[in-house]
Design a protein. Structure first.
Ligand code: ZN
Length: 246
């Protein structure tokens, strides 16, 4: 396995031309006066030197501070990212759990430096437990999206929210790859996203979610999907909120 540091250095070396766009400003996630290191043309690849936040995490942090104000430390929170920049926002919250996925490790256990291992399609938490579930650019990598959606609904407390971002495409949602009898079939050319900390350094994209039908795809009875924040920049980033009614 290639060490994470080498993957990051290789990525920097191949995108060095964007470094000149790096600039200082206040980070909306950690609130520090920071330098935003640019390694790409979009907000996805411009990250705070201190906390690692990019555009979608800054949008998420802004919304969380606005919506939950002084209650952030009292919420029960599950975040599906062990390295999330939002960990700085919740550093005083004793009920904030970060998880990672590995097909090879036992679920529900805590692994040093990685966090708790969980499969979002079969979570090991009890019903109605979390006030908040957070996932940022995770769902497009989950093949069984309906099971993941139902599991998150199950562990959310009444009136709890699943805040999430996804890469959003124009048109309708399409599945790009599917496993049938243990064999992976591709309906479109394989697409991977960078995953510096993952076991292979990249992660398969199963879904292209479309702006036409994403809310109806994830809505269920007693589960409302709404858009709570959008970026104003040219980057089309959106924060969705699935709220459990009752
Ligand atoms: Zn920051």
């Amino acid at each position: 396995m290639i060490p994470t540091l080498y993957r990051k250095l290789f990525f920097v070396a191949t995108n060095v031309k964007y470094l000149k766009k790096s600039h200082p400003r206040i980070c909306k996630c950690c609130l520090k006066k920071s330098l935003f290191i640019s390694l790409g043309s979009s907000g996805e690849f411009q990250r705070c030197l201190f906390c690692g936040a990019n555009l979608r995490y800054e949008l998420m942090a802004e919304y969380l501070r606005y919506e939950y104000k002084n209650h952030l430390d009292r919420l029960t929170i599950l975040e599906l990212d062990p390295h999330s920049p939002l960990r700085h926002l919740f550093k005083n919250n004793p009920n904030y759990i970060r998880t990672f996925f590995s097909p090879h490790l036992q679920k529900g256990l805590h692994y040093a430096k990685r966090g708790r291992c969980e499969d979002v399609t079969a979570l090991t938490f009890g019903n109605n437990y979390f006030d908040l579930v957070i996932s940022s650019d995770v769902l497009e990598h989950v093949e069984d999206i309906q099971s993941a959606n139902k599991e998150i609904y199950r562990v959310l407390a009444p009136r709890g929210s699943h805040l999430f971002t996804i890469p959003l495409h124009h048109g309708n949602t399409s599945m790009r790859a599917k496993t049938i009898n243990g064999t992976l079939y591709f309906m479109h050319p394989p697409e991977y996203h960078l995953d510096f900390n993952g076991e292979s350094g990249k992660i398969l994209v199963y879904w292209h979610f479309g702006n036409n039908d994403i809310t109806t795809l994830l809505e269920m009875e007693n589960y409302n999907c709404s858009i709570v924040k959008k970026s104003h920049a040219q980057d089309y980033r959106t924060i969705f909120n699935l709220t459990k009614k009752m």
